[in-house]
Write a new protein. Structure first.
Length: 277
């Protein structure tokens, strides 16, 4: 007998949202049906909570969120942090200074606020960012002249550092240098980025922490994703679902591969697993 699913964790970009960063009507209806069945619907993203579209943050029934790749687990209704895994600001400053050795644009999340450098935000085309991503970054980042200095001035723990690249070979060199540190997690959600978190900040780890908080058996969870930063989510969820547009490594680890994000793949999988309960 199949164990009843009680919690669904959903990556946003490339997964729940289509290529235009919108929520399709079919996906919306599927999520509403889950909420009506008493299933927790949990955004599980590399974004900060305030960086999510309003239609996600205001979606009826969303009570919890896993943000910045698992660095934060939040009760968004009560504005309460349930768990956090952040980098010390000195560590983050070193990673930002390391970025200067490469042709990369970089930014950070601190206390739920995105912060970037003005020189990058005025020249995002040079780093291969899509128009949709550029729009999101402009909406969610505060611009400063010197980001490492700003991180030092704030002296606050950092949720995540982002690198963006135009050149894939440069991205590979930067990844190698970052991994050589041995004190961070390096992943990506787009072909041209790297995302740097504290060691405990993974989507899968955050899913397990939230499930424990809610008294839910991990076998009663589903996780949806498409990118490298979704790997732990797919592995730790009771049912790990990879999108049709997911990277091959994620598909290889998934329990189920659904349609792509422009074909309502999330709804298709939910209909497959949940419809007849």
């Amino acid at each position: 007998m199949t164990m009843k699913i009680r919690l669904i964790a959903l990556d946003l970009d490339g997964t729940l949202l289509n290529s235009q960063k919108d929520l399709s009507r079919r996906n919306e209806k599927a999520l509403m049906k889950c909420v009506e069945k008493g299933i927790y619907v949990v955004p599980c993203t590399g974004r900060i909570w305030n960086g999510m579209p309003d239609f996600i943050r205001q979606f009826p029934g969303i009570r919890y969120a896993i943000t910045v790749n698992g660095a934060m687990v939040e009760d968004v209704e009560k504005h309460q942090v349930l768990s956090e895994e952040k980098m010390h600001w000195v560590q983050a400053k070193e990673i930002l200074e390391l970025a200067r050795d490469f042709a990369t644009m970089y930014d950070v999340y601190v206390d739920g606020q995105g912060i970037g450098e003005l020189r990058f935000m005025e020249n995002m085309d040079q780093y291969g960012l899509s128009p949709e991503l550029q729009k999101m970054i402009r909406r969610t980042r505060k611009a400063v002249e010197d980001l490492p200095s700003e991180v030092a001035r704030l002296g606050r723990p950092v949720e995540k550092v982002n690198y963006f690249f135009y050149d894939s070979e440069e991205r590979g060199r930067a990844r190698k240098a970052l991994l050589a540190r041995g004190d961070i997690v390096v992943s990506s959600s787009f072909p041209n980025n790297l995302e740097i978190n504290a060691p405990g900040a993974t989507k899968g780890g955050a899913l397990l922490r939230l499930a424990a908080y809610l008294g839910i058996d991990p076998k009663q969870t589903m996780g949806f994703g498409d990118g490298e930063n979704d790997m732990t989510l797919i592995q730790e969820a009771g049912i790990g679902v990879a999108m049709g547009n997911a990277v091959d490594a994620l598909k290889a680890k998934a329990d189920y591969v659904t349609g792509n994000n422009d074909e309502d793949g999330v709804a298709a999988a939910l209909e497959h697993f949940i419809e007849n309960w």
